[in-house]
Design a protein around this ligand. Structure first.
Ligand SMILES: [Zn+2]
Ligand SMILES: [Zn+2]
Length: 398
């Protein structure tokens, strides 16, 4: 039986959970209320529950049959430090915090799958329900890995899912290889010598040096990275000076770098360092660079991407599963889990136009409740595909 039908029957409960989380957003490592809701729900389903992993993370363990294979299904629980502009009843009740990326929906979908699988353990092996904190910029996924997630809960593979506004509801996207880019931060300080603007020869202008630096850095993607690879170097802030007639003593710049391959990441960082040194020399200023590697690229392994595709196809048919989509230059800390174990990260369509709302991280964004049961059903289909019970065809049990 297709799990979707039965999960649709408790759609209202999933919506209630999702709206509750949405109204009470919690940001990185403060997901105390959300984690308690998750853990209490898992326990009420009779699922072995472990709290306090990577501070506010939760892992549920469900075993069936005698198989030794094990997989992990991961959802993120954190909200963003931004002010919600929506006015609907379930809008944020916390000033300056908002579920602007749909992690409320991700958490509700995985709880929906846990409910179904606890009632229908028609698989062979162990399923780990991983609810992680601090996906947005703070690397909760990395901390889970560092705290021994995969040693404490051995798994052969790990799977993730994110909603994508603009992709039709009822569709999925999954490819082998890169799904999301790496995410690094740059902070640069240019130190010159301040002075009277009418006597520039007596000063050493950090604004001119900083401007030359911005232009030179833009040559990396166009001239240094292979045209067949992708990279972004964006300088997004440039602060210097206070008034018209004073050359300031320093300038501060910041920005971000995104790539899909580790070797391109290494080369871009080396180029940025070299260009900073060169511009400093040319302009006779001091340039200090802080290059902060945050998230690696999110890379699906081939076999697991095929398995995730099959699980989605079993649910919605091959015409509604994109396998040739373009990777996104956004980043995802599920990448740390994929560095540790094989696995696959899939996109689920949040809907087009009005139905799917605006892009994530927009103050008007909201997760589309209509896809909650489908997301839960995908996890169920994935478990049946990855951990098939002998004698049971995928999707044939009720
Ligand atoms: Zn986000
Ligand atoms: Zn997100």
């Amino acid at each position: 039986m297709n799990p979707l039908e039965e999960i649709q029957a408790y759609r209202d409960e999933l919506v209630r959970i999702r709206h509750d989380l949405h109204a009470h957003p919690e940001t990185a490592f403060e997901e105390v209320r959300s984690a308690a809701l998750v853990a209490d729900t898992l326990e009420s389903l009779g699922i072995e529950t472990h709290r306090g992993i990577a501070r506010t993370g939760v892992v549920g363990v469900l075993r069936a049959g005698r198989g030794t294979r094990a997989i992990g299904l991961r959802a993120d629980m954190d909200a963003l430090p931004m002010t919600e502009a929506n006015t609907f009843a379930h809008r944020s009740t916390v000033p300056g915090k908002m579920h602007g990326c749909g992690h409320d929906g991700h958490t509700a979908m995985l709880l929906g799958a846990a409910r179904y699988l606890a009632a229908h353990p028609d698989f062979d092996g162990t399923v780990h329900f991983i609810f992680q904190p601090a996906e947005e910029g703070e690397g909760g996924g990395r901390l889970m890995v560092e705290e021994g997630l995969f040693q404490r809960f051995p798994m052969d593979a790990v799977y993730g899912m994110h909603n994508i506004p603009g992709m039709p509801a009822g569709t999925f996207g999954v490819m082998p290889g890169p799904m999301m880019a790496s995410f690094d931060l740059l902070d640069i300080e240019v130190r010159g010598q301040g002075g009277h603007a009418a006597f520039p020869h007596a000063a050493n202008d950090p604004v001119l040096a900083g401007s030359a630096l911005v232009c030179a850095l833009q040559g990396i993607v166009s001239r240094r990275v292979s045209p067949l690879d992708s990279a972004v170097v964006s300088i997004t802030t440039f602060h210097a000076g206070e008034t018209h007639n004073v050359i300031p003593p320093s300038a501060r710049l910041s920005g971000t770098v995104r790539v899909f391959k580790d070797e391109v990441r290494d080369a871009v960082e080396a180029d940025i360092r070299r260009i900073c040194e060169g511009v400093a020399h040319t302009h006779g200023v001091g340039i200090e660079l802080r290059y902060d590697r945050r998230y690696p690229p999110t890379i699906n392994t081939e076999a697991e991407a095929a398995l995730a595709r099959d699980a989605a196809v079993a649910l919605v048919g091959s015409s509604r599963v994109l396998t040739q989509a373009q990777a996104l230059m956004a980043a995802e800390d599920f990448a740390f889990m994929l560095q540790a174990r094989p696995g696959a990260y899939v996109w689920i369509g949040n809907g087009e136009g009005r139905e799917g709302g605006c892009m994530v991280h927009n103050p008007h964004y909201d997760f589309n409740d209509a896809i909650l049961p489908l997301g839960s059903a995908y996890w169920v289909s994935l478990v049946r595909t990855a951990l098939p019970r002998a004698g049971l065809e995928q999707g044939s049990s009720s």
